[in-house]
Write a protein that binds this ligand. Structure first.
Ligand code: ATP
Ligand code: MG
Length: 484
């Protein structure tokens, strides 16, 4: 239709004007971008998601500039499999949305479009201009700078929807290796900030002034650590220097965002390295405050060495991920918080609370404290509680109990958890090996295994003794009457 043709001509013109102005406006135009032609790099269309390529072509055909950017280009050049494909363009979110019937506008802090192809989502966003620097110290209240960009009292960027040129877009990305753009029209890579050289030198380098960039978005500190753990790169000196003293800014990040970041940090397949780096840079404390306090205190028990246990849990997860297996995110969270649960459990019991309610109380307390730092959705906290609960049920195998436990939906996770406890030095009298045999035995063998349990070794195990019923005193607070 005529209006469509007009619109296409107009957007074509707009992009031409944008290109022209950006060439004249940027003094760095002579040196950047460095353009690497197809013949000089290893990235080919075969390495890319066909859906991402489709999105690029469609945008180009409509007269827009469009590039692949970020993790997919970086990871490919490093030799890691890319997991998602991000497209960036000079089309606005509304224009993108109009072009793709299979798309949705999302985000508030950062508006973008999701184009869906079955299970694959291609994220398409518009070139952003760096958000204007503001003197945050003189403005104690949230300062709103128009409705498209805003900062909090701490200088954290709350909204970032000012559109710009590709040069500006490159400048507001976090690290140099994340500002590489792939142009599907001539298969070239455009490097705006020296990312290729940094990849060659295995360096993580923030774009611009590190302090200012962490102030705008403290999560960038976590991202630096994440890439160091995942890629085995070194963090450039100037990029690393302010992290320790600025770590506290993470206190101002919404717990839900930190939760997502923790899953990526510890679920990269390099959890041990990442854990050490997080602690070394003073960031771990803002993600797991109770766990950090416990590790620093040096608290230990004969049957639990917190650090050894956590490292064992991370090693197990790393191995699984490195061999292509999956892990449940709640499992790692259950590992990270277990030492705190054990400590609180002990405290509640020493106040006279019976073992089971004390455990539930301990779990609630630890989870309540934790969600102030990193939100934990209920679909994660419920299985975490079950894993912890099962640690006290797995020793009790008498009668039909072992069969009931085996059918529990969380059996496998709880069993893996138990093995990690044993591997980290907790003496459980061969409990892990017993369950290992029990799972794979036939019914007769299973009965033999139950008979073989040495009741004397664990006298809590035997057939249920009848206990005189406690009379409920309606007014007396229950928890002050110890059970036995
Ligand atoms: P991965 O997908 O492996 O986690 P990624 O680099 O692709 O790594 P995304 O969160 O998918 O990470 O972000 C895509 C791109 O957006 C990044 O490569 C980077 O250019 C930019 N980006 C993401 N988060 C930030 C941030 N906090 N500050 C500035 N730029 C960012
Ligand atoms: Mg990505």
């Amino acid at each position: 239709s005529l209006t469509k043709i007009c619109r296409l001509m107009l957007t074509g013109l707009k992009s031409l004007v944008r290109k022209a102005t950006s060439i004249f406006a940027s003094p760095k135009a002579q040196t950047y971008p460095i353009i690497i032609p197809r013949s000089d790099h290893s990235l080919s269309r075969q390495n890319l998601s066909p859906n991402a390529v489709k999105v690029l072509y469609r945008l180009n055909k409509a007269g827009f500039d469009a590039y692949l950017v970020g993790g997919c280009i970086r990871d490919h050049l490093i030799g890691v499999d890319a997991k998602d494909f991000d497209v960036v363009t000079n089309a606005t979110p509304e224009e993108i949305h109009d072009l793709f019937s299979n798309s949705r506008l999302i985000g508030r802090r950062f508006r973008l479009v999701h184009v869906t192809f079955g299970r694959e989502i291609i994220e398409v966003s518009t070139f952003r201009a760096p958000s204007a620097q503001e003197d945050s110290a003189s403005k104690p209240q949230e300062s709103l700078k128009g409705k498209d960009s805003a900062r909090s009292a701490h200088g954290i960027v709350l909204r970032d929807n000012v559109y710009g040129s590709i040069e500006e877009d490159a400048e507001r990305r976090d690290f140099t290796f994340n500002a590489l753009y792939y142009n599907v029209q001539d298969f070239s890579i455009h490097d705006y900030c020296g990312g290729l050289e940094d990849i060659a030198n295995k360096k993580i380098r923030i774009i611009g002034d590190a302090r200012q960039r962490y102030q705008e978005d403290p999560v960038r500190m976590l991202r630096a650590i994440r890439f160091a753990g995942k890629l085995g790169f070194d963090i450039d000196e100037e990029t690393a220097a302010p992290i320790k003293e600025m770590a506290h800014l993470l206190d101002h990040i919404p717990p839900a965002r930190l939760f997502e970041e923790v899953l990526k940090l510890l679920g990269s397949g390099n959890g041990i390295k990442t854990f050490h780096l997080l602690r070394q840079y003073g960031l771990f404390k803002y993600l797991f405050p109770d766990t950090e306090a416990l590790l620093v205190s040096g608290w230990k028990r004969d049957d639990l060495n917190p650090e050894a246990f956590i490292l064992q849990g991370l090693e197990n997860t790393d191995k699984r991920l490195q061999t292509g297996k999956t892990t449940a995110p709640y499992f790692l969270y259950a590992v990270m918080l277990w030492p705190s649960v054990v400590l609180r459990h002990e405290e509640f019991q020493s106040q006279g609370m019976p073992a089971t309610p004390a455990l539930h109380q301990a779990a609630s307390m630890v989870l309540d404290n934790q969600v102030a730092s990193t939100a934990i959705p209920r679909r994660f906290s419920t299985p975490m509680r079950e894993i912890w609960d099962m640690q006290f049920r797995l020793p009790k195998r008498y009668g039909k109990r072992a069969f009931v436990l085996l059918d529990h939906p969380r059996f496998r996770a709880a069993f893996d958890f138990l093995l990690i406890r044993e591997l980290s030095g907790t003496e459980l009298g061969g409990l892990g090996a017993w369950w290992e045999s029990f799972q794979f035995a036939n019914e007769n063998e299973q009965r033999e295994l139950i008979k073989s349990i040495d009741l004397r070794a664990n006298d809590k195990e035997g057939p249920k003794k009848r206990r005189p019923r406690r009379r409920k005193k309606s007014n007396a607070p229950q928890r002050e009457t110890p059970e036995e």
